[in-house]
Design a protein around this ligand. Structure first.
Ligand code: EPU
Length: 410
Protein backbone atom coordinates (compact mmCIF):
# COMPACT_ATOMS: atom_id res chain seq x y z
CA UNK A 1 0.00 0.00 0.00
CA UNK A 2 1.36 3.39 -0.96
CA UNK A 3 1.89 6.12 1.59
CA UNK A 4 -1.04 7.98 3.12
CA UNK A 5 -2.07 11.26 1.51
CA UNK A 6 -2.90 12.69 4.90
CA UNK A 7 0.54 11.84 6.18
CA UNK A 8 2.79 12.62 3.23
CA UNK A 9 1.55 16.21 2.84
CA UNK A 10 2.41 16.92 6.48
CA UNK A 11 5.77 15.13 6.26
CA UNK A 12 6.60 17.37 3.30
CA UNK A 13 5.71 20.47 5.34
CA UNK A 14 7.71 19.18 8.31
CA UNK A 15 10.79 19.01 6.08
CA UNK A 16 10.80 22.83 6.30
CA UNK A 17 11.95 22.51 9.91
CA UNK A 18 15.51 21.55 8.94
CA UNK A 19 17.91 23.02 6.43
CA UNK A 20 19.17 20.46 3.91
CA UNK A 21 17.98 17.37 2.09
CA UNK A 22 15.01 15.46 3.51
CA UNK A 23 13.82 12.35 1.69
CA UNK A 24 10.25 11.15 2.04
CA UNK A 25 9.74 7.65 0.65
CA UNK A 26 6.65 5.61 -0.25
CA UNK A 27 4.99 8.72 -1.68
CA UNK A 28 1.65 8.15 -3.42
CA UNK A 29 1.24 9.20 -7.05
CA UNK A 30 -1.55 11.69 -6.40
CA UNK A 31 -2.38 15.23 -7.40
CA UNK A 32 -2.13 16.61 -3.86
CA UNK A 33 1.57 15.66 -3.73
CA UNK A 34 2.11 17.59 -6.97
CA UNK A 35 0.43 20.67 -5.49
CA UNK A 36 2.27 20.42 -2.16
CA UNK A 37 5.55 20.12 -4.08
CA UNK A 38 4.70 23.41 -5.78
CA UNK A 39 3.90 25.01 -2.40
CA UNK A 40 7.37 24.00 -1.16
CA UNK A 41 9.07 25.22 -4.34
CA UNK A 42 7.47 28.63 -3.94
CA UNK A 43 8.92 28.68 -0.42
CA UNK A 44 12.37 28.25 -1.96
CA UNK A 45 12.79 24.47 -1.67
CA UNK A 46 14.10 22.27 -4.43
CA UNK A 47 11.69 19.32 -4.79
CA UNK A 48 12.42 16.36 -7.04
CA UNK A 49 10.69 12.98 -7.31
CA UNK A 50 12.86 9.92 -7.77
CA UNK A 51 10.66 6.85 -8.10
CA UNK A 52 8.54 6.72 -4.97
CA UNK A 53 10.93 9.04 -3.10
CA UNK A 54 10.55 12.78 -2.88
CA UNK A 55 13.76 14.67 -2.26
CA UNK A 56 13.19 18.05 -0.64
CA UNK A 57 16.14 20.38 -0.33
CA UNK A 58 15.31 23.14 2.14
CA UNK A 59 17.28 26.42 2.05
CA UNK A 60 18.84 28.11 5.07
CA UNK A 61 16.20 30.83 4.85
CA UNK A 62 12.95 29.65 3.29
CA UNK A 63 10.44 32.20 2.04
CA UNK A 64 7.49 32.46 4.42
CA UNK A 65 4.48 33.27 2.25
CA UNK A 66 1.97 30.78 0.78
CA UNK A 67 -0.44 32.31 -1.75
CA UNK A 68 -4.13 31.77 -2.23
CA UNK A 69 -3.80 30.27 -5.72
CA UNK A 70 -2.16 27.17 -4.20
CA UNK A 71 -3.81 27.10 -0.77
CA UNK A 72 -7.29 27.10 -2.32
CA UNK A 73 -6.31 24.04 -4.39
CA UNK A 74 -4.88 22.25 -1.36
CA UNK A 75 -6.29 23.06 2.03
CA UNK A 76 -3.52 21.00 3.64
CA UNK A 77 -1.06 23.78 2.62
CA UNK A 78 -2.07 25.32 5.95
CA UNK A 79 0.26 22.77 7.60
CA UNK A 80 3.26 24.95 6.65
CA UNK A 81 2.05 27.42 9.31
CA UNK A 82 3.62 25.69 12.34
CA UNK A 83 6.98 24.76 10.75
CA UNK A 84 7.59 28.17 9.14
CA UNK A 85 6.54 30.18 12.18
CA UNK A 86 8.75 28.24 14.58
CA UNK A 87 11.76 28.12 12.25
CA UNK A 88 11.60 31.61 10.68
CA UNK A 89 9.64 33.66 13.26
CA UNK A 90 7.21 34.83 10.60
CA UNK A 91 4.64 33.33 8.25
CA UNK A 92 1.87 34.53 5.95
CA UNK A 93 -0.50 31.84 4.65
CA UNK A 94 -3.67 32.45 2.65
CA UNK A 95 -6.85 31.34 4.36
CA UNK A 96 -8.15 28.26 2.58
CA UNK A 97 -11.83 29.24 2.78
CA UNK A 98 -14.72 26.77 2.76
CA UNK A 99 -14.73 23.57 0.78
CA UNK A 100 -17.14 20.91 -0.30
CA UNK A 101 -17.23 18.96 2.97
CA UNK A 102 -17.90 21.72 5.48
CA UNK A 103 -16.76 24.98 6.98
CA UNK A 104 -13.45 23.69 8.49
CA UNK A 105 -12.22 26.49 10.74
CA UNK A 106 -8.68 27.22 11.89
CA UNK A 107 -9.56 28.60 15.32
CA UNK A 108 -7.82 25.78 17.23
CA UNK A 109 -4.64 26.08 15.15
CA UNK A 110 -4.51 29.81 15.86
CA UNK A 111 -5.44 29.67 19.54
CA UNK A 112 -2.73 27.03 20.12
CA UNK A 113 0.01 29.06 18.44
CA UNK A 114 -1.14 32.22 20.28
CA UNK A 115 -0.81 30.41 23.58
CA UNK A 116 2.79 29.73 22.60
CA UNK A 117 3.36 33.47 22.22
CA UNK A 118 2.67 34.09 18.53
CA UNK A 119 1.00 37.32 17.42
CA UNK A 120 -1.55 36.39 14.81
CA UNK A 121 -3.73 38.57 12.62
CA UNK A 122 -6.12 37.88 9.79
CA UNK A 123 -5.62 40.48 7.05
CA UNK A 124 -6.74 40.59 3.43
CA UNK A 125 -7.40 36.85 3.32
CA UNK A 126 -4.13 35.84 4.97
CA UNK A 127 -3.22 34.47 8.40
CA UNK A 128 -0.13 36.43 9.40
CA UNK A 129 1.85 35.20 12.39
CA UNK A 130 5.07 36.36 13.98
CA UNK A 131 7.11 35.68 17.12
CA UNK A 132 10.73 35.95 18.29
CA UNK A 133 10.76 32.39 19.59
CA UNK A 134 7.72 30.35 20.52
CA UNK A 135 7.57 29.15 24.13
CA UNK A 136 6.12 25.93 25.46
CA UNK A 137 2.52 26.04 26.72
CA UNK A 138 -0.31 23.86 28.01
CA UNK A 139 -2.91 23.59 25.28
CA UNK A 140 -6.27 21.83 25.51
CA UNK A 141 -7.96 21.31 22.16
CA UNK A 142 -11.75 21.66 22.11
CA UNK A 143 -11.85 18.79 19.62
CA UNK A 144 -9.07 16.37 18.63
CA UNK A 145 -8.41 18.20 15.35
CA UNK A 146 -5.85 16.47 13.14
CA UNK A 147 -4.63 19.68 11.49
CA UNK A 148 -4.44 21.69 14.72
CA UNK A 149 -2.54 18.88 16.49
CA UNK A 150 -0.06 18.77 13.59
CA UNK A 151 0.48 22.53 13.40
CA UNK A 152 0.99 22.78 17.16
CA UNK A 153 3.37 19.81 17.35
CA UNK A 154 5.46 21.03 14.40
CA UNK A 155 5.67 24.46 16.04
CA UNK A 156 6.46 23.10 19.51
CA UNK A 157 9.46 21.05 18.39
CA UNK A 158 11.60 24.21 18.09
CA UNK A 159 9.91 26.22 20.89
CA UNK A 160 11.62 27.11 24.14
CA UNK A 161 10.37 24.76 26.86
CA UNK A 162 7.68 22.12 27.09
CA UNK A 163 4.34 22.05 25.29
CA UNK A 164 1.57 19.74 26.47
CA UNK A 165 -1.32 19.15 24.04
CA UNK A 166 -4.38 17.65 25.67
CA UNK A 167 -7.23 16.11 23.68
CA UNK A 168 -4.76 15.69 20.83
CA UNK A 169 -5.71 13.78 17.69
CA UNK A 170 -4.56 10.14 17.78
CA UNK A 171 -4.61 9.24 14.07
CA UNK A 172 -1.84 6.97 12.68
CA UNK A 173 -0.80 9.93 10.52
CA UNK A 174 -0.04 11.91 13.72
CA UNK A 175 2.10 9.01 14.94
CA UNK A 176 3.87 9.02 11.56
CA UNK A 177 4.72 12.72 11.60
CA UNK A 178 5.90 12.48 15.22
CA UNK A 179 8.14 9.55 14.24
CA UNK A 180 9.73 11.65 11.51
CA UNK A 181 10.13 14.64 13.84
CA UNK A 182 11.74 12.42 16.49
CA UNK A 183 14.21 11.08 13.91
CA UNK A 184 15.00 14.72 13.07
CA UNK A 185 15.98 15.22 16.72
CA UNK A 186 12.68 16.40 18.25
CA UNK A 187 11.70 15.32 21.79
CA UNK A 188 8.12 14.03 21.66
CA UNK A 189 6.19 11.73 24.01
CA UNK A 190 2.67 10.38 23.75
CA UNK A 191 2.09 10.39 19.97
CA UNK A 192 -0.97 8.25 19.34
CA UNK A 193 -2.46 9.10 22.75
CA UNK A 194 -4.63 12.06 23.77
CA UNK A 195 -1.74 13.82 25.50
CA UNK A 196 1.33 14.74 23.50
CA UNK A 197 4.29 16.29 25.31
CA UNK A 198 6.94 18.12 23.28
CA UNK A 199 10.21 19.41 24.74
CA UNK A 200 11.54 22.06 22.37
CA UNK A 201 15.06 21.75 20.96
CA UNK A 202 17.28 24.36 19.26
CA UNK A 203 17.62 22.76 15.84
CA UNK A 204 16.56 19.72 13.81
CA UNK A 205 18.36 17.77 11.10
CA UNK A 206 17.04 16.43 7.79
CA UNK A 207 16.22 12.70 7.59
CA UNK A 208 14.88 9.97 5.33
CA UNK A 209 11.41 8.85 6.36
CA UNK A 210 9.01 6.24 4.97
CA UNK A 211 5.35 7.32 4.83
CA UNK A 212 2.84 5.10 6.66
CA UNK A 213 0.47 3.06 4.42
CA UNK A 214 -2.81 4.73 3.47
CA UNK A 215 -5.51 3.25 5.71
CA UNK A 216 -8.26 5.13 3.86
CA UNK A 217 -7.29 3.80 0.44
CA UNK A 218 -6.94 0.35 2.04
CA UNK A 219 -10.38 0.75 3.64
CA UNK A 220 -11.90 1.80 0.32
CA UNK A 221 -10.71 -1.46 -1.28
CA UNK A 222 -12.14 -3.35 1.68
CA UNK A 223 -15.55 -1.76 1.05
CA UNK A 224 -15.22 -2.49 -2.66
CA UNK A 225 -14.83 -6.20 -1.85
CA UNK A 226 -17.81 -6.28 0.54
CA UNK A 227 -20.08 -4.40 -1.91
CA UNK A 228 -19.30 -6.45 -5.00
CA UNK A 229 -19.08 -9.93 -3.43
CA UNK A 230 -15.41 -9.65 -4.24
CA UNK A 231 -12.19 -10.88 -2.71
CA UNK A 232 -9.47 -8.29 -2.13
CA UNK A 233 -6.11 -8.66 -0.40
CA UNK A 234 -4.40 -5.45 0.73
CA UNK A 235 -0.70 -5.44 1.64
CA UNK A 236 1.32 -2.71 3.32
CA UNK A 237 -1.48 -1.28 5.46
CA UNK A 238 -1.69 -2.17 9.15
CA UNK A 239 -5.14 -3.69 9.88
CA UNK A 240 -4.89 -2.28 13.42
CA UNK A 241 -5.39 1.16 11.79
CA UNK A 242 -8.76 -0.06 10.50
CA UNK A 243 -10.01 -1.99 13.53
CA UNK A 244 -13.52 -0.53 13.68
CA UNK A 245 -13.85 -0.62 9.90
CA UNK A 246 -12.89 -4.28 9.60
CA UNK A 247 -15.25 -5.14 12.48
CA UNK A 248 -18.07 -3.40 10.62
CA UNK A 249 -17.27 -5.25 7.42
CA UNK A 250 -17.29 -8.53 9.31
CA UNK A 251 -20.78 -7.58 10.56
CA UNK A 252 -21.93 -7.21 6.94
CA UNK A 253 -21.11 -10.90 6.53
CA UNK A 254 -17.74 -10.50 4.80
CA UNK A 255 -14.89 -12.76 5.81
CA UNK A 256 -12.01 -10.69 7.16
CA UNK A 257 -8.52 -12.14 7.57
CA UNK A 258 -5.71 -10.11 9.12
CA UNK A 259 -2.05 -10.68 8.30
CA UNK A 260 -0.34 -9.32 11.42
CA UNK A 261 0.63 -5.71 10.77
CA UNK A 262 1.20 -6.39 7.07
CA UNK A 263 -2.25 -6.34 5.54
CA UNK A 264 -5.62 -8.03 5.37
CA UNK A 265 -8.10 -9.78 3.10
CA UNK A 266 -11.82 -9.11 2.75
CA UNK A 267 -13.87 -11.72 0.90
CA UNK A 268 -17.64 -11.57 0.50
CA UNK A 269 -19.74 -14.40 -0.87
CA UNK A 270 -23.17 -12.82 -0.40
CA UNK A 271 -24.98 -9.52 -0.53
CA UNK A 272 -23.81 -7.44 2.48
CA UNK A 273 -26.07 -7.04 5.49
CA UNK A 274 -26.82 -3.43 6.46
CA UNK A 275 -24.79 -1.99 9.36
CA UNK A 276 -25.04 1.30 11.27
CA UNK A 277 -21.99 3.54 11.19
CA UNK A 278 -21.02 6.51 13.38
CA UNK A 279 -17.94 8.52 12.41
CA UNK A 280 -15.61 9.75 15.14
CA UNK A 281 -12.00 10.86 15.49
CA UNK A 282 -9.50 7.95 15.53
CA UNK A 283 -9.80 5.21 16.73
CA UNK A 284 -13.47 5.65 15.78
CA UNK A 285 -14.87 4.95 12.33
CA UNK A 286 -13.08 7.42 9.98
CA UNK A 287 -15.09 10.20 8.36
CA UNK A 288 -13.02 9.56 5.23
CA UNK A 289 -14.77 6.18 4.87
CA UNK A 290 -18.26 7.59 5.39
CA UNK A 291 -18.92 7.76 1.64
CA UNK A 292 -17.97 4.11 0.94
CA UNK A 293 -20.06 3.09 4.00
CA UNK A 294 -23.12 4.86 2.57
CA UNK A 295 -22.44 3.37 -0.85
CA UNK A 296 -22.40 -0.09 0.76
CA UNK A 297 -25.68 0.68 2.52
CA UNK A 298 -27.36 1.42 -0.84
CA UNK A 299 -26.92 -2.21 -1.94
CA UNK A 300 -27.10 -3.92 1.47
CA UNK A 301 -29.88 -6.11 2.80
CA UNK A 302 -31.84 -3.94 5.22
CA UNK A 303 -31.60 -0.34 6.39
CA UNK A 304 -28.62 1.45 7.90
CA UNK A 305 -28.30 4.63 9.90
CA UNK A 306 -25.09 6.53 9.16
CA UNK A 307 -24.07 9.41 11.43
CA UNK A 308 -21.36 11.96 10.59
CA UNK A 309 -19.80 13.70 13.59
CA UNK A 310 -16.65 15.29 12.15
CA UNK A 311 -17.62 17.47 9.16
CA UNK A 312 -20.85 19.35 8.60
CA UNK A 313 -21.39 18.83 4.85
CA UNK A 314 -20.22 15.38 3.92
CA UNK A 315 -23.61 14.18 2.76
CA UNK A 316 -23.66 16.29 -0.41
CA UNK A 317 -22.92 13.32 -2.60
CA UNK A 318 -26.02 11.46 -1.41
CA UNK A 319 -27.98 13.34 -4.11
CA UNK A 320 -25.64 11.82 -6.68
CA UNK A 321 -26.29 8.34 -5.28
CA UNK A 322 -30.01 9.05 -5.68
CA UNK A 323 -29.34 9.44 -9.42
CA UNK A 324 -28.27 5.78 -9.34
CA UNK A 325 -31.63 4.88 -7.83
CA UNK A 326 -30.31 4.65 -4.25
CA UNK A 327 -32.78 5.11 -1.41
CA UNK A 328 -30.90 7.39 0.99
CA UNK A 329 -32.23 10.32 2.98
CA UNK A 330 -30.32 12.75 5.12
CA UNK A 331 -31.40 14.77 8.11
CA UNK A 332 -28.71 16.93 9.73
CA UNK A 333 -25.88 14.64 10.76
CA UNK A 334 -27.75 11.45 9.92
CA UNK A 335 -28.48 9.46 6.79
CA UNK A 336 -30.93 6.61 6.55
CA UNK A 337 -30.09 4.25 3.73
CA UNK A 338 -32.34 1.43 2.57
CA UNK A 339 -30.52 -1.10 0.48
CA UNK A 340 -31.60 -2.22 -2.98
CA UNK A 341 -30.70 -5.38 -4.87
CA UNK A 342 -29.22 -3.39 -7.69
CA UNK A 343 -28.65 0.26 -8.57
CA UNK A 344 -29.26 1.79 -11.97
CA UNK A 345 -26.33 3.26 -13.91
CA UNK A 346 -26.47 6.99 -14.65
CA UNK A 347 -24.17 10.01 -15.10
CA UNK A 348 -23.08 11.37 -11.70
CA UNK A 349 -20.54 13.91 -10.43
CA UNK A 350 -17.78 13.49 -7.82
CA UNK A 351 -18.06 16.20 -5.16
CA UNK A 352 -14.91 15.34 -3.18
CA UNK A 353 -12.20 12.68 -3.09
CA UNK A 354 -14.01 10.08 -1.02
CA UNK A 355 -17.41 10.73 -2.59
CA UNK A 356 -15.79 10.24 -6.00
CA UNK A 357 -14.36 6.85 -5.04
CA UNK A 358 -17.67 5.81 -3.43
CA UNK A 359 -19.64 6.72 -6.57
CA UNK A 360 -17.35 4.51 -8.64
CA UNK A 361 -17.95 1.64 -6.19
CA UNK A 362 -21.70 2.24 -6.43
CA UNK A 363 -21.37 2.23 -10.22
CA UNK A 364 -19.85 -1.25 -10.02
CA UNK A 365 -23.09 -2.39 -8.35
CA UNK A 366 -25.34 -0.69 -10.92
CA UNK A 367 -27.04 -2.05 -14.02
CA UNK A 368 -25.67 -0.48 -17.18
CA UNK A 369 -23.12 2.29 -17.47
CA UNK A 370 -22.29 4.82 -14.74
CA UNK A 371 -20.28 7.82 -15.83
CA UNK A 372 -18.56 9.73 -13.02
CA UNK A 373 -17.63 13.35 -13.88
CA UNK A 374 -15.09 15.55 -12.08
CA UNK A 375 -12.75 12.63 -11.40
CA UNK A 376 -9.91 15.06 -10.71
CA UNK A 377 -11.20 14.77 -7.12
CA UNK A 378 -10.30 11.06 -7.13
CA UNK A 379 -6.81 11.90 -8.52
CA UNK A 380 -6.23 13.97 -5.39
CA UNK A 381 -6.21 10.95 -3.12
CA UNK A 382 -6.25 7.60 -4.93
CA UNK A 383 -3.11 6.61 -6.85
CA UNK A 384 -3.80 4.67 -10.06
CA UNK A 385 -7.43 4.18 -9.10
CA UNK A 386 -8.64 2.91 -12.47
CA UNK A 387 -5.74 0.51 -13.19
CA UNK A 388 -6.09 -0.89 -9.67
CA UNK A 389 -9.81 -1.48 -10.14
CA UNK A 390 -9.15 -3.11 -13.51
CA UNK A 391 -6.59 -5.42 -11.94
CA UNK A 392 -9.31 -6.51 -9.50
CA UNK A 393 -11.56 -7.40 -12.42
CA UNK A 394 -13.77 -4.31 -12.56
CA UNK A 395 -15.14 -3.16 -15.89
CA UNK A 396 -14.05 0.47 -15.67
CA UNK A 397 -12.18 2.86 -17.90
CA UNK A 398 -11.00 6.42 -17.75
CA UNK A 399 -12.25 8.74 -20.46
CA UNK A 400 -10.46 11.94 -19.43
CA UNK A 401 -6.77 12.41 -18.76
CA UNK A 402 -5.59 14.07 -15.52
CA UNK A 403 -5.42 17.90 -15.73
CA UNK A 404 -1.99 18.01 -14.13
CA UNK A 405 0.89 15.60 -14.40
CA UNK A 406 1.12 13.33 -11.40
CA UNK A 407 4.29 12.38 -9.53
CA UNK A 408 6.81 10.83 -10.07
CA UNK A 409 6.93 13.03 -13.20
CA UNK A 410 7.08 16.07 -10.94
N1 EPU B 1 -12.12 22.33 13.15
C1 EPU B 1 -12.44 23.54 13.66
N2 EPU B 1 -11.43 24.39 14.02
C2 EPU B 1 -10.12 24.08 13.86
C3 EPU B 1 -9.78 22.83 13.30
C4 EPU B 1 -10.82 21.96 12.96
O1 EPU B 1 -13.61 23.86 13.82
O2 EPU B 1 -9.25 24.90 14.20
C5 EPU B 1 -13.20 21.39 12.81
C6 EPU B 1 -13.33 21.19 11.31
O3 EPU B 1 -14.15 22.20 10.76
C7 EPU B 1 -13.93 19.82 11.22
C8 EPU B 1 -13.35 19.10 12.43
O4 EPU B 1 -12.88 20.11 13.31
O5 EPU B 1 -15.30 19.91 11.38
C9 EPU B 1 -12.24 18.13 12.11
O6 EPU B 1 -11.17 18.79 11.49
P1 EPU B 1 -9.67 18.26 11.55
O7 EPU B 1 -8.81 19.44 11.85
O8 EPU B 1 -9.58 17.07 12.42
O9 EPU B 1 -9.45 17.78 10.05
P2 EPU B 1 -8.41 18.33 9.01
O10 EPU B 1 -7.04 18.35 9.59
O11 EPU B 1 -8.94 19.54 8.34
C10 EPU B 1 -7.78 15.93 8.15
C11 EPU B 1 -7.76 15.22 6.83
C12 EPU B 1 -9.18 14.94 6.37
C13 EPU B 1 -9.85 14.08 7.43
C14 EPU B 1 -9.80 14.78 8.80
C15 EPU B 1 -10.37 13.96 9.93
C16 EPU B 1 -5.77 16.06 5.80
C17 EPU B 1 -5.15 16.84 4.70
N3 EPU B 1 -7.09 16.04 5.85
O12 EPU B 1 -8.47 17.15 7.93
O13 EPU B 1 -9.07 14.21 5.17
O14 EPU B 1 -11.18 13.85 7.05
O15 EPU B 1 -8.43 15.11 9.13
O16 EPU B 1 -9.74 12.74 10.01
O17 EPU B 1 -5.09 15.44 6.61
C18 EPU B 1 -9.71 13.49 3.03
O18 EPU B 1 -8.63 12.90 2.98
O19 EPU B 1 -10.63 13.30 2.18
C19 EPU B 1 -9.95 14.42 4.12
C20 EPU B 1 -10.91 15.33 4.09
Amino acid sequence: MVGAKNSVLKLMAAALLAEGRTEVTNIPRILDVTIMSEVLRRLGCDVVADGDTLVIDVPAEPRTEADYDLVRQLRASICVLGPLLTRCGHVKVALPGGDAIGSRGLDMHIAGLERMGAEITNEHGFVIASVDRLRGADIVLEFPSVGATENIVTAAVLAKGTTVIDNAAREPEIVDICAMLSAMGAQIDGAGTSTIVVDGVDALRPVTHRTVGDRIVAGTWAFAAAMTRGDVTVRGADPAHLDVVLEKLASTGAEVTRYGTEGFRVAAADRPRAVDVVTLPYPGFPTDLLAPAIALGTVAEGASMVTENVFDARFMFVNELARLGADARTDGHHAVVRGKHVLSGAPVRATDIRAGAALVLAGLCADGVTEVADVHHIDRGYPDFVPQLESLGADVRRVTVPDVELPPAL
